[in-house]
Design a protein around this ligand. Structure first.
Ligand SMILES: CC(C)(COP(=O)(O)OP(=O)(O)OC[C@H]1O[C@@H](n2cnc3c(N)ncnc32)[C@H](O)[C@@H]1OP(=O)(O)O)[C@@H](O)C(=O)NCCC(=O)NCCS
Length: 157
């Protein structure tokens, strides 16, 4: 599938759609409060969407504090998955991190989420530790870390 989309910062008209995607794709109970806070209040949040006019294909929200970053949420809507939209969003994040001289980026991911874990590994994320019962349903999380310097090579290839 040849998808046409741009990566832009989230705008206010897209908030409702992102809330619905967050509920659908990540089953977050507090999706509304969470997205509203990220979009309107969180001073360290960078929220990018992959969009084609009014359609949101995917999004990534990450926080930058001092010399590190954390992925807060990241998802691609079902019809568009496996078309490298997620890869493009992660590249956009790394571009920002390189620009701001950030040293490393962290995330938590369900240990069962092979699709996401494989994608993260392409960006040099390595499993640092397991966080037991991290999710409300009791599933464990992998805590993964990537060194931004190392990923710079990804852009020169
Ligand atoms: C994780 C997610 C954002 C990835 O987005 P995406 O646009 O589908 O990802 P991409 O197409 O860029 O990545 C494809 C890579 O994922 C991996 N992948 C794809 N399908 C896979 C599968 N069935 N099993 C294992 N790995 C798979 C491969 O490494 C693939 O790379 P390749 O195409 O070069 O071989 C998307 O699957 C998603 O939204 N999932 C639900 C929400 C979620 O889990 N978010 C992450 C929370 S930590």
């Amino acid at each position: 599938m040849d998808l046409i989309y741009e990566i832009k910062l989230l705008n206010k008209n897209q908030i409702e759609d992102v809330i619905n995607l967050e509920k659908k794709l990540l089953h977050k109970e507090n999706a509304k409060e969470y997205i509203l806070y990220e979009a309107n209040e969180n001073p360290v949040s960078y929220f990018y969407v992959a969009c084609n006019k009014n359609t949101i294909l995917g999004y990534i929200d990450f926080w930058i504090t001092f010399d590190s970053a954390t992925i807060s949420t990241f998802a691609v809507d079902l019809p568009y998955q496996n078309n490298h939209v997620g890869t493009t969003l992660l590249k956009e994040m790394f571009k920002q991190l390189i620009r701001q001289n950030i040293k490393y980026v962290t995330l938590e991911v369900r240990t069962s989420n092979a699709q996401a874990i494989n994608l993260y590994k392409k960006f040099n994320f390595k499993i640092e530790t397991i966080k037991k019962n991290y999710y409300k349903d009791g599933e464990d999380a992998y805590y993964m870390v990537s060194e931004v310097d190392y990923v710079k090579n990804y852009f020169s290839n």
